[in-house]
Design a protein around this ligand. Structure first.
Ligand code: ATP
Ligand code: MG
Length: 387
């Protein structure tokens, strides 16, 4: 049997809400490790997972996808005797040394005051036992390469350097948002970031077959599977925008095509959001990254929409977004070469600073309502990465 100990981080700051947040976190954790037969235990504000050695990989993968924890560690569980605790410290010291660690320190906490050593005593006795047993290790109290942590509670827990958790808040504590998900680099990252503030995510993808390929659609589904693992499942609505794009192309000034297409996407997304009880739209827009994302054009884009539009990447540069995409595991899929519908319809000289009143006027003339309703009515839904 293996035991993991979880560190809750930001959750500890949430005062009254704490209990509710912990319940959601527990449910999410159970969902993520389902199939591993791991058991979740919560005692005195600490989370533990117990599981069989054979399914360690599955449990650890679950912990690596769990939003709302600051870290986790595989821990030894010892009897509450000085000898057992010191012995476990020595074992942990040996393990750290094998992993290449050369300097360490011991951190100790004792909630059970009946334990014969206080935290200072544990550090002293544990430290000297480790130094004696593992000659290559030295103590460094300032910047140690490795930690040995000791917690004396209902049992004694001894573990090495904890692995970093994703932080953020547990999914399911902040309502639902609808992500406009394209096959690019940005929108999957935007969806993840809102999930990491506790939101449940639905997604909508506007497809323009045959102008965009079946591969483009599959790429979006693949991306939804990757971020869906963090977000505990994503429903992706696939809406065919071919007729709408053709109508815009045939009836609007060329330089306005992209802005008008975006307005139509937003309007359609808002209708879907209301249907799904989503409280906001989410996009991967980043200020001035492309012509359609100047502040003026963003104002045009959102001029038909009432719901709040969250743009978590608005102030980030591309490199930073790419770095997040790489850690999430979406980058390699995002850069596959299947083109998005916007690229195919993008005019050579787009308006850079569109005026919202003009945009609204052009948009109204297009009379897209019935086409949008039809497209929504015929949309398909794919469930991605539900645990
Ligand atoms: P991304 O990498 O997310 O595609 P981008 O830098 O390519 O972003 P745009 O193509 O201008 O930027 O799209 C801006 C935002 O509009 C996207 O982040 C996404 O939220 C939304 N969007 C664009 N195209 C689509 C689409 N076909 N389906 C759904 N949403 C889309
Ligand atoms: Mg794009």
């Amino acid at each position: 049997m293996t035991t993991y100990l979880l560190k809750l981080g930001e959750l500890t700051l949430k005062g009254e809400n704490r209990r509710g947040f912990e319940q959601v976190l527990k449910r999410n954790l159970q969902a993520l490790i389902r199939g591993s037969f791991g058991k979740v235990e919560t005692t005195n504000g600490r989370f533990f997972v117990h599981g069989h050695e054979d399914v360690q990989d599955r449990i650890e993968d679950g912990l690596d996808h769990l939003l709302g924890i600051s870290g986790w560690a595989k821990t030894r569980v010892a009897e509450k005797t000085v000898e057992a605790v010191i012995r476990a410290c020595v074992e942990e010291g040996k393990l750290l040394f094998q992993q290449g660690v050369r300097t360490f320190k011991i951190e100790a906490r004792r909630t059970d005051k009946k334990f014969p050593l206080d935290s200072y005593g544990i550090r002293q006795e544990g430290g000297s036992a480790v130094l004696e047993a593992v000659p290559g290790l030295r103590v460094d109290v300032h910047i140690p390469q490795g930690l040995i942590e000791v917690e004396i509670r209902e049992k004694a827990y001894i573990y090495g350097t904890a692995k970093k958790g994703l932080r953020g808040l547990p999914v399911g504590t902040a309502g639902r948002g609808l992500l406009l998900l394209s096959g690019g680099i940005d929108s999957p990252v935007a969806g993840y970031l809102m999930a990491s503030r506790g939101m449940h995510i639905d997604a909508v993808y506007f497809h323009a077959y045959p102008y965009t390929s079946e591969e483009a659609r599959q790429k979006v589904i693949a991306l939804a599977h990757i971020i869906g693992r963090y977000a505990l499942g994503i429903r992706v609505y696939i809406v065919s925008f071919t007729q709408i794009q053709i109508k815009i192309k045939e009836n609007a000034p060329e330089s306005w095509l992209t802005v008008l297409l975006r307005m139509a996407m937003m309007e359609c997304a808002e209708m879907l959001a209301r249907h799904r009880n989503a409280k906001c739209l989410i996009t991967g827009e980043s200020l001035s990254q492309v012509a359609s994302q100047t502040i003026e054009n963003i104002a045009c884009t959102e001029s038909r929409v009432q719901l709040p539009i969250l743009r978590p990447l608005i102030g980030m540069d591309k490199e930073r977004i790419i770095r997040i995409a790489e850690t999430l595991g979406t980058y390699k899929t995002s850069i596959l070469p299947y083109q998005d519908c916007c690229v195919l319809f993008s005019p050579p000289h787009p308006v850079l600073r569109g005026e919202a009143t003009k945009a609204l006027q052009l948009y109204k003339q297009l009379e897209l309502e019935s086409l949008i309703e039809k497209a929504l009515g015929e949309s398909a839904m794919v469930k991605c990465a539900f645990p």
